[in-house]
Write a protein that binds this ligand. Structure first.
Ligand code: PGA
Length: 246
């Protein structure tokens, strides 16, 4: 009942020339898994024009207001007009580099959804928090604070991304992933009743072709948010293929 989702986060990487990678992703994009690429904002419009219809295009952030004196920012409406259908919010790099709090991520999520964008809300513990045994408390607190009321599975995706696993090649054990995803599923069902079961839970952090199948076989993992391995079709396509057969 939850359609699998393979989401790529290009971060501050890519140029117009890189959009050629989207053509090669078309081969897997019509399968059972939804495919999404989130390029830098400067490329959203060109990516949306170029991408095959089955590859959706998303943004990596939006402002919490719909317009105004906010130099350098983009509103959800602007991103939607440029061709984005989804937006990643509260990525740990934004929380760390720009001081984004749960409350701000919650406001951005409301703004995104009001403009018709599907919000992909990111949460995850630091290594220090994991070593202190605080992982479940941290992700529950982030989920509660970053996600507004009244959610449904067609407007919200939650990505569990342990900060220490992002871009490091380190990955939690499958038991650790299952424990967190199970906790998040329970929290979503407690809060949103039957809708909680329709909200997709992605795992993110050093997903690659060699570990994707095992991660996707883990209970309550509905897909992945992929950074480095989403930049090239030759790395991303095998991940999408693993998700399609999971
Ligand atoms: P990574 O990044 O796949 O390069 O570890 C994941 C992310 O930040 O979403």
């Amino acid at each position: 009942m939850r359609r699998k989702l393979a989401a790529g986060n290009w971060k501050m990487n890519g140029s117009r020339a890189a959009l050629g990678e989207l053509d090669a992703m078309a081969q897997v994009a019509d399968g059972p898994a939804e495919v999404l690429i989130c390029p830098p904002a400067s490329l959203i419009s060109a990516a949306a024009d170029r991408a095959p219809a089955s590859v959706k295009i998303g943004a990596q952030d939006c402002h919490e207001n719909s317009s105004g004196a906010h130099t350098g920012n983009l509103s959800a409406e602007m991103l939607s007009e440029a061709g984005a259908t989804h937006v990643i919010l509260g990525h740990s790099e934004r929380r760390a580099d720009h001081g984004e709090t749960d409350a701000l991520v919650c406001a951005k999520t409301k703004a995104a959804q009001a403009s018709g964008l599907v919000a992909i809300v990111c949460i995850g513990e630091t290594l220090q928090e994991r070593n202190a045994g605080d992982t479940l408390a941290v992700v529950k607190r982030q989920l509660a604070g970053s996600v507004p009321e009244g959610q449904t599975g067609d407007m919200l995706v939650v990505a569990y991304e342990p900060v220490w696993a992002i871009g490091t090649g380190l990955v939690p054990t499958l038991e650790q992933i299952a424990e967190v995803h199970n906790t998040l599923r329970s929290a979503l069902c407690d809060r949103f009743a039957s809708q909680g079961d329709t909200i997709r839970l992605l795992y993110g952090g050093s997903v690659k072709a060699s570990n994707a199948a095992d991660i996707f076989a883990t209970p309550d993992v509905d897909g992945a948010l992929v950074g480095g391995a989403s930049l090239k079709a030759q790395d991303f396509v095998p991940i999408v293929t693993a998700l399609c057969v999971a």
